[in-house]
Unconditional design. Sequence first.
Length: 338
Amino acid sequence: MSVAGDKKTACVTGGNGYIASALVKKLLENGYAVRTTVRNPDDAEKNSHFKGLQALGPLTVLRADLNEEGSFDDAVAGCDFAFLVAAPVNFMAENPEKELIEPAVRGTLNVMRSCVKSGTVRRVILTSSAAAVSSRPVDGDGHVLDEESWSDVEWLTTEKPPVWGYSVSKVLVEKEACKFAEENGISLVTVCPVLTVGKAPVSKVYTSIPASLSLLSGNEADLSMLKHAEKSGGGVPMVHVDDLCRAEMFAAEEEAASGRYICCSVNTTVVELARFLAQKYPQYNVNTNLSGELLEKPRVSLSSAKLVREGFEFKYTTLEEIYDDLVEYGKVLGILHN
Ligand SMILES: NC(=O)c1ccc[n+]([C@@H]2O[C@H](COP(=O)([O-])OP(=O)(O)OC[C@H]3O[C@@H](n4cnc5c(N)ncnc54)[C@H](OP(=O)(O)O)[C@@H]3O)[C@@H](O)[C@H]2O)c1
């Protein structure tokens, strides 16, 4: 055990992000000492949640940028685990190669080099995405994808479907991280979350929360993100952020864990979601008369059988359980009215 007496110590990159903030909280609640990084420690608004988190346990906030070589040396020094969560997520990048793909790969290897230098990091847990698994053409229905499946980089770069650069970035990050880990004797485990939703400590979320609430909020731009996700992945797979954070911890702590883990508890579609939400939340006037090429049933489902087989248990397994918490968070964020 290193640093902070007898506590295990974990570094979480990008602690002012949605998922990372929830992971920091989960680790502190489970007795870890946590070191987290942000690009701008002086941004009082973006970092305001750290005060509440610091009341839960030892939390140090450090400055680090994926684009600066060696920037994470201090953050991972003395840590047992490094959770690599920060990544460029600008889906609308005009030049995905330059703004998304290259910085994501370079930044991940940058943090991994810091982990090697530390001499204390026992395992790196990389947050990838379902975008690295299911963005590929499939014929017919009823496909169940597991960790053997990779998004098709050649197809993505040729056809350029919406947000193709993000999927490519996630595949290349995983592959380069894996190669680097093998060459440098690092224990690397990768978690591939699907659309992640539910309450987190941050008070602004730009990614999955507005999209998953779009049928309730009526925001068309956010709804189009959900439709794009269905189109490129053959369905809308979801997981609660609490389950994801527990899965990340599981991936760190289970000695035998290795390779990739898809983290998904529900597979649905935009149409199914609209019907469910219209019935459950009549006060929001959900439009169930949707246009566009939408699916009745998922053509593709993502399977977390590997995670479950190895002993992990999901707590949020139905849309009801997931949305109960999500709708409350949507109100706190001001995305939904009361
Ligand atoms: N949300 C989902 O549904 C979902 C699903 C699958 C996978 N993921 C993955 O989970 C991770 C976190 O996503 P999220 O939804 O939590 O997104 P988010 O809230 O936008 O968080 C992204 C984080 O990355 C940081 N970041 C971006 N560029 C950086 C750089 N050059 N240097 C240092 N930090 C940088 C951001 O810092 P700033 O605040 O300074 O910009 C922010 O803290 C990403 O790897 C994403 O691909 C998310």
